[in-house]
Design a protein around this ligand. Sequence first.
Ligand code: AMP
Ligand code: FE
Ligand code: FE
Ligand code: ZN
Length: 283
Amino acid sequence: MLIDLHTHSSVSDGTETPAEVMVQAARAGLDVVALTDHDTVLGWDEAADAAVEVGIGLVRGLEISCSLAGRSVHLLGYLISPDDDDLMQELAEARESRLTRIDRMVELLAEDGIPITIDQVRAEVADPGTTVGRPHLADALVTAGLVRDRAEAFSRYLHTESPYYVQHYSPDPLRAVELVVAAGGVAVLAHPYSRRQHEAVTPDLIADLAAVGLAGIEVDHRDHTVSDRAALRGVATELGLLVTGSSDYHGDGKPNRLGEYVTEPAVFEAIVARASGSAYLPA
Ligand code: AMP
Ligand code: FE
Ligand code: FE
Ligand code: ZN
């Protein structure tokens, strides 16, 4: 039983459509996959149709970009209700703010002689409802021949310490956990000790999140070292949290391969049992 609870499609910064992600997940031998696009549930319906077709179980999810004292923290939400107004409004506000933010980043780049336009970024975005992020700006820089790949775009121009970096509106992680729980979903902290999050996420913060309903921690993830994983397992045991593992697949946008880390079946069952927002779609 292979269960991968974190993947992205082209409705956010993955490079494959939701249907293609399901096809690739089945091809990779997964039994269950979660589609967890950034700040949107736009891919759910297409993924559900494709999951039925290829015979794979689908967990409908999302990954909410949060911020705490200017640092980014990612929260996975599984099996939320897509009819929950409070959560959907929060996500819409974040997506809207992402558009203004990308405009500003393009302006800053152009002012400094890096010739990129907002139309070139728009050309990299699949769907009008897509959550637009720095990876789309990276793709525009690649298409324009200014960098080799997304990784180079991030290391040269788009990283958080770069003069071209601009933040977007995003909720505090405590509020995001509360919104996921109120929407009947199950909240799992994504890759808490990845380089981009480690300064924001402390055991104390995880304890505060657990107090408002956090269900688990994504421990087995390529961004975590062996010692990160051991430390996070300790935090999870202490707080009574579930431990998950997943790939954080982005198609060709990142080297992460489907199923490179997986979640124990018993943990997956506990997540499904805890959810009341949307049903798990079995194979
Ligand atoms: P944003 O949410 O728009 O600030 O962009 C953050 C997203 O960029 C993350 O979800 C990652 O998937 C992606 N990302 C960050 N660093 C890199 C990198 N070095 N290469 C490719 N994608 C990256
Ligand atoms: Fe991403
Ligand atoms: Fe993430
Ligand atoms: Zn992710």
